[in-house]
Design a protein around this ligand. Structure first.
Ligand code: ATP
Ligand code: MG
Ligand code: FE
Length: 348
């Protein structure tokens, strides 16, 4: 199936086009620079930027793919979770195109899309697959046997998401926003054993598949604060590397354990933090040792984009899933177990 996907849940206006599991176009317009001076995404600025970028980005994707909109078999859009106003721009555009072109509309979950995108790189997901979803707003271990209908949460963060921790630590170190990519870069020049930061929820009595990154973030802030108060230089690269080591150590250890405990031999890592070079390297080592096949999309497909939405839309068409109704609305807090918003069944 030939599907166009629209993503506007945060600050990226993404439009992707896929044919089955083949990526034809992935156009992204980001408003990230408009938010940088505020130290975080400003919802109203994001919504306005989406509105301006929406139609040109759709056109750019169609041109790149070399297809006509009338060739499409369906239009998929992120219906949630995310910023309400931002989501609304994408959902409205998708509804307009679906109605004008008379194509089925699929309102899908942003988080399931972060997982499904891997199909564009490594083919269809094995059944079952363990997914470690690590992004700006989420950190979860999920077991899925069918990404369009069955996403079972095994555990999640009890406080901050992994990406949020990267962003906050970057702020403490004065590295700017967003923090993930710059901490990743700085860490390459640092010693990851320089400082031992706490590994949250890693005790014998702690929940096995849950995460906690808020204590780690505070520990880093205190450590940096103490250095500054003592008038000493902060070894930024060492702090970045040691912090990153603590995050990736816990994430990979729990993901591998979840695979072993549940007899699952495929681990997928998705979401913005999956772009992290140390997480990728450590996961590779630990999966290899445990006999687990690892699947991680290339970094450009880990952060928000339209291709991931198109990938899930194509899977929906493939599996004959019910399309959404044209009165679809965005749901800013769509639970991750709800992969799509199907049309309501009318009874009278
Ligand atoms: P969600 O998907 O939970 O709704 P989101 O869409 O805002 O949240 P993503 O775009 O998936 O999040 O990921 C963005 C997050 O990924 C940010 O917190 C960013 O700092 C982090 N990130 C991006 N690249 C890297 C990297 N190389 N290393 C670590 N973190 C990274
Ligand atoms: Mg983003
Ligand atoms: Fe995301």
């Amino acid at each position: 199936p030939l599907v166009l996907g629209i993503e506007t849940s945060c600050d990226e206006t993404g439009v992707g086009i896929v044919r089955g599991t083949t990526l034809l176009a992935d156009a992204v317009a980001s408003s990230v620079n408009d938010h940088a001076r505020f130290g975080g995404v400003v919802p109203e600025i994001a919504s306005r930027a989406h509105l301006e970028a929406m139609v040109p980005t759709i056109q750019r994707a169609l041109d790149t793919a070399g297809i006509k909109a009338s060739d499409l078999d369906g239009i998929a859009v992120t219906a949630g979770p995310g910023l309400a106003g931002a989501l609304l721009v994408g959902v409205s555009a998708a509804k307009a195109y679906a109605w004008a072109l008379d194509k089925p509309l699929y309102g899908v979950n942003h988080l399931a899309s972060h997982i499904c995108v891997d199909q564009l790189e490594h083919g269809r997901l094995p059944e079952p697959t363990m997914a470690l979803l690590v992004s700006g707003g989420h950190s979860s271990l999920l077991l899925t046997s069918d990404i369009t209908s069955d996403v079972r949460p095994l555990g999640a963060t009890i406080d901050d998401a992994a990406g949020e921790a990267f962003d906050k630590v970057a702020r403490v170190l004065g590295l700017g926003f967003p923090g993930g990519p710059v901490v990743d870069r700085m860490a390459r020049e640092g010693d990851r054993k320089a400082i031992h930061f706490p590994r949250g929820l890693s005790g014998p009595k702690d929940p096995e598949y849950d995460f906690s990154f808020s204590g780690l973030k505070t520990a880093v802030a205190r450590w940096v604060e103490a250095k500054r108060r003592a008038g000493e230089d902060v070894p930024v690269a060492d702090v970045a590397a040691s912090f990153q080591e603590a995050v990736t150590d816990v994430l990979t250890r729990k993901a591998v354990k979840a695979c072993k405990d549940n007899d699952v031999d495929h681990l997928m890592i998705g979401g913005g933090v999956a772009a992290n070079s140390r997480l990728r390297a450590m996961a590779e080592q630990r999966c290899e040792r445990a006999g687990i096949r690892l699947r991680v999309p290339r970094p450009g497909l880990c952060t928000d984009n339209g291709a991931m939405v198109a990938a899930l839309g194509a899977e929906m068409v493939w599996r004959n899933r019910e399309p959404s109704a044209l009165d679809l609305s965005a749901d800013s807090s769509l639970p991750l177990t709800e992969v799509s918003i199907a049309a309501p069944v009318h009874t009278d």
